[in-house]
Ligand binder design. Structure first.
Ligand SMILES: N[C@@H](CCC[C@H](N)C(=O)O)C(=O)O
Length: 284
């Protein structure tokens, strides 16, 4: 099986051309776990299949490291844009990509025929509790109390197609994410589990963020998480509409255009290496 290893701000995935590599859908979770393993596989935060689509230019089929499917992936979709352009699968610099039935629109920024950065219209954030989903009284979950490991936190919940709980903190550098991350992810209030963003507001234009991702653990960056964090900042009156999100692996520019109610994400997309792997080890 041929693959390309790519990352966006250090959030690294294994990219596979689904039109060429025919892996049965029911075997994908197991193959994903094996390929993502950083000791016994290629290593990555998960696997993304790029498939043909009738509704959009391309389809993104995204899996977390544990083999679970995710509805959307912000860093991943920028790399999909780079993959299809750099490999000549399109010559357009404005493309559409569908994931789990939702179409996103990408603008590709190129230099010397290669994509360096991508701006994505990530659509409107969903704020109603049942849309996220989070167990709460009806309406939006903004600065609501949640108890984790005998400690009280205030969370703001946002769906960017996938679920996010945003927690504001004065300090995040020393936070024991390995301990508290899984407790948020699997908390009884999140029926589909959750991604959790721990955010320190630096000023009205800059925030710092660490993330515990559903199905993967702590990653160096999360694009949908950065969008959710900025939406949460604005809902809590903490920042302006255009914000730089500083993550462990780099920075993303996020804008929530309140008039159009659309979130735009701009950031890098990088190819690390290409290779071929023998899938017979997983019995295929
Ligand atoms: N890292 C991604 C999000 C990947 C999916 C997430 N773990 C989930 O299960 O929802 C991003 O950049 O958005």
């Amino acid at each position: 099986m041929k693959f390309t290893k790519m990352h966006g701000c250090g959030n690294d995935y294994i990219y596979v051309d689904g039109s060429k590599e025919n892996i049965p859908k029911n075997r994908k979770p197991e193959v994903v776990r094996q390929l993502s393993d950083r000791h016994f596989g290629i290593g990555g935060d998960g696997v993304i299949f790029i498939n043909p689509s009738k509704e959009a230019d391309f389809e993104m089929e995204m899996y977390n490291m544990d083999g679970s499917r995710a509805e959307m992936c912000g860093n991943g979709i920028r790399c999909v844009g780079k993959y299809v352009y750099d490999k000549g699968l399109t010559d357009k610099t404005q493309i559409s990509v569908i994931s789990c039935g939702k179409i996103k629109y990408l603008t590709l920024f190129t230099e010397n025929e290669k994509v360096l950065a991508v701006k994505v219209n990530m659509g409107s954030p969903l704020l109603k509790a049942e849309e996220i989903p989070v167990v709460a009284g009806s309406g939006e979950v903004i600065g609501e109390r949640i108890e984790v490991d005998d400690k009280e936190y205030q969370m703001t919940c946002v769906s960017m197609g996938n679920p996010h709980a945003v927690i504001f903190m004065d300090e995040i550098a020393q936070l024991p994410l390995e301990k508290i991350g899984p407790l948020f992810e699997n908390h009884v209030r999140f029926p589909k589990r959750t991604n959790t963003e721990f955010v320190k507001v630096l000023d009205r234009e800059n925030i710092q963020m660490r993330v515990w991702e559903r199905g993967t653990g702590e990653t160096l960056a999360c694009g949908t998480g950065a969008c959710a964090a900025v939406a949460a900042c604005i809902l809590n009156g903490l920042t302006q509409e255009q914000v730089t999100v500083k993550l462990l692996g780099g920075s993303l520019q996020i804008q929530w255009d309140r008039k159009e109610n659309l979130i735009y994400m701009t950031g890098p997309a990088v190819t690390v290496f290409e290779g071929e792997t023998d899938l017979t080890i997983s019995g295929l």
